[in-house]
Write a protein that binds this ligand. Sequence first.
Ligand code: 5GP
Ligand code: ZN
Length: 112
Amino acid sequence: MDCVFCKIAAGEIPTSAVYQDELAYAFGDISPKAPVHVLIIPREHIGSLAEAGADKRALLGHLMGVAGKIARQKGLAKGYRVVVNTGEEGGQSVEHLHLHLMGGRQMTWPPG
Ligand code: 5GP
Ligand code: ZN
């Protein structure tokens, strides 16, 4: 499958891992929008949150837990944001489920 995030998780596109385990891979966003901007993906290809069925609940929980772990490692004690853009109106541009972990500056609400 021609999926850039599958290739990153498989090591076919060299990227320095922020975190990895048997289920998840995390790496810095190529175009960071905050001092800390990490993408957390499942190694398994899932197109989006909308495509994640009930059988993926444990995996989704794991990804959230990884986000919290990386936030602690990065020292984001003052807070951070975790975002899952989903589908066209959600602003998703890469069709492999990913969590954005962003921090290191004051976030605003609502997002654009
Ligand atoms: P989305 O817009 O789908 O929520 O987020 C996709 C994110 O992936 C964007 O923030 C974009 O900068 C990032 N991105 C796209 N291609 C690559 C890549 O090849 N390497 C890395 N590290 N990030 C990428
Ligand atoms: Zn993929």
